[in-house]
Design a protein around this ligand. Structure first.
Ligand code: MRU
Length: 331
């Protein structure tokens, strides 16, 4: 409902969690990972309420895990978090009661949430060391509404502001779902950081006129070679940044890397309903009979990315070797 109203959705069963993820009531790669982890705890709660015996409770939770992990296909954080909680289930001794299983999964979900909060701070610190002075352009929403903490790209912006640097943030409105205008602008206004919205089609002119010192965006999945899937429009923005000599940074936690994928060509891209384009917020903007192409993400090739800011430091240059050096030892 943002930016006009805030509504809290309480999810008491797995269907409601899956629907909340699919309909973007909760969205942003790290946040859907956290929601997926809590979703598995909700599945364990279903087993407790249903009075399931130990083995049946375990089977119920593991069956629900796949539904949660596949609620959206592109952000790998979702599968990562659900599988991490699922591995926790495997470690619990057989015969553990549904109630104890539920407590173990809940503890793992809380740990994932708390780790994400902390790593957002680390991303903010590492990013603040590399982003040059001047105004910043961002895309989609990568802040507190997308993570367990202050965000990824937004955490960098918040950290720079906290350190006393003064600048303005240009935010792409991010059609068709307007995460930039509804969410990023809302978060920045709350924090008192100046934000100027633009249609993505205005970005070329903005960059050509030298008004942006750096672009900083988030990510939904990063392949082993550094190719990065993020909100649709990110790839175009990276090409524009390259054409105008503006450094383009990605900020993402290690849980967003999928080192099993060789290149970005292997990343599944979610296609969403035509209605999101044809009737934004329920308002028709096209004639009956028109169709729509609505991929939710695109892939930016590694060569267009100046650096990837992670909780472990900045990967630059963005090469397989650097990614392995920074990410692989800890994953
Ligand atoms: O479709 P969304 O709103 O879930 O897409 C979100 C993005 O593309 C974000 O940029 C990405 O998840 C990074 S969030 C820290």
């Amino acid at each position: 409902r943002l930016p006009h109203a805030t509504a809290w959705v309480s999810c008491g069963d797995v269907e409601t969690v899956v629907e909340a993820i699919r309909s973007l009531r909760v969205r942003g790669a790290p946040a859907i990972g956290i929601a997926g982890a809590y979703g598995l705890a909700v599945a364990a709660g279903e087993a407790v309420r249903g009075g399931l015996a130990a083995d049946a409770a375990r089977a119920h939770v593991l069956a629900r895990a796949e539904e949660l992990a596949t609620a959206r296909p592109t952000a790998v954080n979702l599968r990562w978090a659900v599988e991490r909680c699922g591995d926790g289930v495997d470690r619990v001794p057989t015969g553990t009661s549904a109630r104890d299983l539920s407590a173990a999964i809940h503890a793992e979900a809380l740990a994932i949430h708390e780790e994400d909060r902390k790593l957002c701070e680390a991303i903010g610190r590492h990013g603040a060391a590399v982003v040059p002075e001047g105004d910043v352009l961002t895309h989609c929403n990568t802040g507190a509404l997308a993570t367990g903490g202050e965000g990824t790209a937004i955490a960098v912006i918040v950290e720079l502001w906290r350190r006393g640097r003064r600048f303005k943030v240009f935010a792409d409105e991010t059609r068709p779902l307007f995460q930039g205008s509804r969410l990023t602008a809302w978060e920045l206004v709350q924090r008192g950081i100046p934000v100027t919205l633009l249609c993505a089609s205005a970005a070329a002119h903005l960059l050509a006129t030298g008004r942006v010192a750096a672009c900083v965006v988030g990510a939904d999945r990063i392949a082993a070679n550094g190719d990065t899937a993020n909100k649709i429009g990110t790839y175009g923005l990276a090409i524009l940044a390259e054409a105008h000599g503006v450094p383009f940074f990605v900020a993402a936690p290690s849980s967003t890397f999928d080192l099993a994928l060789d290149t970005g060509g292997d990343i599944p891209i979610e296609e969403r309903s035509a209605a999101e384009v044809l009737r934004p917020a329920g308002v028709p903007v096209a004639p009956e009979g028109a169709r729509a192409f609505n991929p939710a993400f695109d892939v930016t090739p590694a060569r267009l990315i100046r650096g990837i800011v992670t909780e472990h430091g900045v990967i630059a240059p963005v090469t397989r070797e650097e990614i392995r050096r920074v990410i692989a030892p800890r994953s």
